[in-house]
Design a protein around this ligand. Structure first.
Ligand code: FES
Ligand SMILES: [Fe+2]
Length: 390
């Protein structure tokens, strides 16, 4: 597997990296790249067959063998702030509901009533029990079936053996991870990561949008900086750099650092005193289908739910970076989130739609990912290995 030619000690810092490089090492590496006109490069060039974006069988394998078997971030812990808080949505094509129980622990269930399969929860909210809307069968927050209206109509039916069907849920790094199928051990999501989302971070917006794009094309657009000058000449380039990134690979995951021009001021700061907040954007890719973008004042948790070979639902949780409930910090975070979403990200969406439409052109048998696109190379290497494991 391709690895970059450096290895740094782990840092236990908050909102910092973790496996390979701490913030100070990232800052030094960025300053070196600026001084030398260089960027991080990977070892391998990867050719991904275009058919892997167009094949129904391939998508089915990705969903069944990778997305369902991987511990996948389902929502931030902060989306389940209190006892009874729940989030229901489809994950890898399966309706799932995650809920914080009376013991404070998060559990997740297949979202289907044990009577005739109606979904027992929809959207998000806070509840004391899940009452099926169809006939009123009622489950507690731990999934136990507690009440059947007119129970005499079901002689011999054992409520105890008909709880909501659990899937594995685990809170880690400020996220709720769900694993649907543990028949084949998937990857270890820890992969050297430290906490990503802190306890004071609040969710201030959630959004769901659907795009006519394969989920992998969508993902690829976020994890390389080789396109900044061409795609974002007026939005991101004036504040950032073209093709100047620090790329960490850890376990199945990666992190791409996008520095801002203003990081140059750190040259005058002693290395151990350098703080990078507001001077760069970190984009984490948590394999297989989740992105966490840490910007100056806000953090996005972006979940890519494949719906078809050419259709993806994007679920986004936008969170404050700090300040808790401070209205000033919240207003700034909202303003930044709006700016990024309306400018640079709109340009990215235009590109990925055009790529999707171009798949049918037949021009390419394969796409070539080069040494500046090493986080994408790592993704395809990891995905290929995960599909081959089964
Ligand atoms: S389907 Fe849920 S109560 Fe009938
Ligand atoms: Fe972009």
């Amino acid at each position: 597997m391709g690895r970059l030619a450096y290895d740094r000690p782990a840092n236990k810092g908050f909102l910092t990296m973790t496996a390979r490089m701490d913030d100070q090492s990232v800052a030094q590496r960025v300053l070196d790249h600026i001084a030398n006109g260089t960027t991080d490069v990977g070892h391998d060039v990867w050719r991904e067959p275009v058919t892997n974006y167009r094949s129904e069988a391939r998508l089915a394998a990705e969903i069944e063998q990778v997305l369902r078997r991987s511990p996948t971030p389902f929502c931030p812990s902060a989306a389940l702030p209190e006892v009874g808080s729940y989030v229901a949505r489809e994950a890898a094509g399966t309706p799932i509901v995650a809920v914080r129980g009376t013991d404070g622990k998060v559990r997740a269930f297949r979202n289907a009533c044990r009577h005739r399969g109606m979904q027992v929860a929809s959207g998000s909210g806070c509840t004391r029990a899940f009452v099926c809307r169809y006939h009123g069968w009622t489950y507690n927050l731990e999934g136990a079936l507690r009440h059947i209206p007119h129970e005499e109509g079901f002689p011999g039916f054992d409520k105890d053996s008909h709880p909501l069907v659990p899937v594995t849920a685990r809170e880690h790094l400020g996220l709720v991870f769900v694993t649907q199928d543990e028949s084949t051990p998937g990857h270890d999501p820890l992969g050297g990561l430290d906490r990503l989302i802190g306890p004071e971070q609040r969710v201030f917006a959630t959004a769901e949008r659907e795009f006519e794009v394969n989920w992998k094309i969508f993902l690829e657009g976020f994890i390389e900086g080789y396109h900044i000058k061409s795609t974002h000449p007026e939005s991101f380039l004036p504040y950032g750099f073209d093709n100047l990134n620090v790329i960490d690979l850890f376990g199945p995951n990666s992190r791409v650092t996008y520095p801002f021009q203003r990081i140059k001021k750190l040259v005058k700061v002693p290395p151990q005193e350098r703080r990078v907040e507001g001077l760069l954007t970190y984009v984490y890719h948590l394999f297989p289908n989740v992105l966490i973008t840490v910007l100056s004042r806000h953090t996005n948790v972006v979940i890519l739910e494949p719906l078809a070979i050419d259709r993806t639902r994007q679920i986004t949780y936008t969170m404050t970076n700090d300040g808790g409930d401070d209205p000033g910090a919240l207003a700034e975070a909202k303003r930044d989130a709006e700016f990024v979403g309306n400018t640079g990200l709109a340009e990215d969406r235009e590109v990925v739609h055009a790529i999707q439409r171009g798949l049918a052109s037949g021009a390419n048998d394969a796409f070539t990912f080069g040494k500046f696109e090493s986080a994408i190379v790592h993704f395809h290497q990891t995905l290929t290995a995960a599909l081959g494991r089964t």
